[in-house]
Ligand binder design. Structure first.
Ligand code: PAF
Length: 283
């Protein structure tokens, strides 16, 4: 496995891989890798001759300076894990390498990016599109792998790929959960042991809500989930929305869309840590 920090070295290494007829899989990450990322890397390694993992904490997608400053950075441990997983190449550039000039491009994909995370994290999806489009142009992967925990992010990236007519496949991969049910996230390392126990209620309540949804409407299910979680000390729901899994627009009835997903964001603990998760109800 090679670790490169410049675009020039990345392109050189990829040219060698392509020349030997290998397909390229890209796993974009911000590091602090966990089992969720590992599942993306394993999938890419099984489907491509060459797997590139980018490790870059992208400043343009953070609308909160503290969040950017507190984001865990663990490159040595990340590289050790990636080596074990069989990644071919790690791309770990500096901010200056990725953004030699400020990126003034704007990306807007309403209505997909104007719900849920969109209005609550202004500029976030624009920053995600800036970095992911750059990575796609630098790596030119055949396939790119993203975790379904960031459900809306995948929908926005799909819209961007269609808009820019980029010749690659987006491969969504299922959420990986800890034994407790907590969705794996780099942010979990910011939780105390006690807060982690509290956070487990998020996935537990979502799982219970699937039963509840059998006899209740989407609006009733939303209210039940929010009330159940807000009753727990240390949790505060920012939003929970049950949406069409393609348009991400709210559904009034379960039959309104072939696929229906509930997306949630919850603040947990004293800091507090912003956690996201989602649950599929139909499709
Ligand atoms: O999901 C993430 O970790 C990030 O948003 C991504 C896709 C690596 C872009 O920085």
């Amino acid at each position: 496995m090679r670790v490169v920090t410049t675009v020039e070295a990345l392109k050189q290494a990829l040219a060698d891989e392509r020349q030997s007829g290998k397909t390229i899989g890209l796993v974009p990450t911000m590091g602090a890798l966990h089992e969720g990322h590992a599942s993306l890397v394993r999938r890419s390694v099984s489907e491509n001759g060459c797997t590139v993992v980018s490790v870059f904490v992208n400043p343009t997608q953070f609308n909160d300076k503290n969040d950017l400053a507190n984001y865990p950075r663990t490159l040595d441990a990340d590289c050790a894990l990636l080596e074990r997983l069989g990644a071919s190449l790690v791309f770990a550039p500096s901010v200056e390498e990725v953004y030699p000039e400020p990126d003034t491009r704007t990306f807007s994909y309403p209505p997909i990016d104007s719900v849920m995370e969109g209005p609550r994290r202004p500029g976030h999806f624009n920053g995600v599109c800036q970095i992911v489009s750059k990575l796609f142009l630098m790596v030119e992967p055949d396939r790119a792998y993203f975790g379904e925990k960031d459900f809306q992010q995948i929908a926005v990236i799909r819209a961007m790929v269609a808009d820019l007519k980029l010749p690659l496949e987006i491969r969504p991969c299922p959420i990986v959960r800890e034994a407790s049910g907590l969705a794996m996230s780099s942010r979990n390392t910011l939780l105390t042991a006690e807060e982690k126990l509290t956070a487990v209620h998020i996935s537990q309540t979502l799982m219970q809500s699937v039963d509840y949804s059998q006899t209740h409407s989407p609006a009733e299910t939303e209210q039940w989930v929010v009330a159940t979680l807000n009753a727990i000390d240390g949790l505060e729901v920012e939003y929970f929305q049950i949406v069409n899994d393609t348009t991400l627009q709210p559904v009034a009835d379960w039959a309104d869309a072939p696929g229906v997903v509930g997306c949630i964001t919850v603040y947990c603990g004293r800091r507090p840590v912003r956690l996201i998760d989602n649950m599929r109800y139909r499709g």
